[in-house]
Design a protein around this ligand. Structure first.
Ligand code: 1HE
Length: 264
C-alpha cells in the first residue's frame, strides 16, 4: 500500500509510489534554488526513507532542475557560519549518496552550481535534452560547498571542473552525457517515465547487490588496489551466499531466467 503524500518543509515533496520514493523539488518560482529548508527537507527524507522504498527518484517541478544555492541566503554569513552551512549540505548529500536506497535524478533545464552538486550525489542521472550544466561559482565570487569538488571532479575529471569554474563554460545535455555528467539523455518531458522504468529495474535487484553497488563499489574505487581487491572478494562472497542470489543463479541455470539482451 502506498504511504500518503507527505510534505517535508515547504520546498520538497515526497511520496511513495509502490516501491519507489518520489522526491520532488517544488520551488519552481525560484527555479528550485536550494535554500536551507530545502536542504533540511532532503536530509530528513533520505535519513529515513520509508521501509517499503527500494529506490528513489529526485525530480523537479517546472522547466529547471535547480538554479543551485539560493543566493539570497548568502547575505552576511561569517566564516564559521559558512562552514556550518557547507557541512549541512554535505550531511544531506551524503545521506543521498550513501543511504539505504539507490537514487535516480531527473535533470532538465538549468542544473547549476548546488543543483549539479545535488545531481552528482545521486547514482543515476537521466537528463532531458533541455538540460544544461554550469558552475557559475567563479562568476559569483564563491566556491562549491555541497561536495562538488569531491563528486563532480570524480565524475568529469578535475581539469574539466576547473575549466567550468574558471570560465563559466556550460555543457548541454549531449555534451554532459559524453563527459559523464549523466548516464542517459531522453526527450523533454520523458525523464520521469525513464527514471521510473529504471527505478523498477533497480528495485528488482537483490537488496544485497544494491547495497554492494551503492556502498562498497565507490569505496573500492577510491581505495588502493590491494585493499580494493580484498574488499571486493569479501563483498562478492557475502553477496553470493545470500539465498536470493543462489535462487537467481539456479533459475538461470535451469533456463527460467531472462538472458542478457544487446542494447536496443
Ligand atoms: C534565484 C536563483 C538563485 C533564480 N537564488 N533566487 N546559481 C546561479 O548563479 C544561477 C542563478 N540563476 C540563473 O542564472 C537563472 O535564474 C536561471 C538560468 C536558473 C533561470 O533563468 P530564468 O530566466 O528562467 O528565471 P529568472 O527570471 O532568472 O528567475 C526566476 C526567479 O528565481 C527570480 O526571482 P524573482 O523574485 O525575480 O521572480 C530569480 O531571482 C530567482 N532565482 N535563481 C535565488 N540561485 C553549496 S554552494 C553552491 C553554490 C552555487 O550553487 S552557486 C550557483 C548559484
Amino acid at each position: 500500500m502506498n504511504a500518503p503524500s507527505q510534505t517535508a518543509g515547504a520546498q520538497v515533496r515526497s511520496e511513495l509510489r509502490g516501491r519507489v520514493l518520489l522526491v520532488t523539488l517544488c520551488r519552481d518560482m525560484k527555479r528550485n534554488a536550494l535554500n536551507d529548508p530545502a536542504i533540511v527537507a532532503l536530509s530528513d527524507i533520505f535519513a529515513a526513507p520509508p521501509d517499503e522504498a527500494r529506490a528513489a527518484i529526485i525530480s523537479a517541478e517546472g522547466d529547471h532542475f535547480s538554479a543551485g544555492l539560493d543566493l539570497t541566503e548568502l547575505a552576511e554569513r561569517d566564516v564559521a557560519a559558512g562552514i556550518a552551512h557547507s557541512t549541512m549540505w554535505h550531511r544531506a548529500f551524503e545521506r543521498i549518496e550513501f543511504g539505504r536506497v539507490p537514487v535516480i535524478s531527473v535533470l532538465k533545464g538549468a542544473v547549476i552550481g548546488g543543483g549539479l552538486e545535488l545531481a552528482a550525489a545521486t547514482h543515476i542521472r537521466v537528463a532531458e535534452d533541455t538540460t544544461y550544466y554550469g558552475l557559475p561559482e567563479g562568476q559569483r565570487g564563491i566556491f562549491v560547498g555541497g561536495g562538488g569538488s569531491v563528486r563532480i571532479s570524480r565524475l568529469i575529471g578535475t581539469a574539466r571542473m576547473i575549466d567550468m569554474m574558471l570560465t563559466g563554460r556550460t555543457y548541454d545535455a549531449a555534451e554532459g552525457a559524453a563527459i559523464g555528467l549523466s548516464q542517459y539523455v531522453v526527450p523533454a518531458g520523458t525523464g520521469l517515465t525513464k527514471a521510473l522504468e529504471l527505478a523498477e529495474t533497480v528495485a528488482d535487484n537483490a537488496p544485497l547487490t544494491n547495497f554492494a553497488v551503492v556502498h562498497a563499489l565507490p569505496r573500492i574505487a577510491e581505495t588502493d588496489r590491494q585493499s580494493g581487491l580484498v574488499f571486493e572478494s569479501l563483498m562478492a562472497a557475502i553477496a553470493q551466499s545470500d539465498p536470493l542470489a543462489k535462487a537467481r543463479m539456479r533459475s538461470f541455470v535451469e533456463k527460467k531466467a531472462s538472458k542478457v539482451k544487446p542494447p536496443r
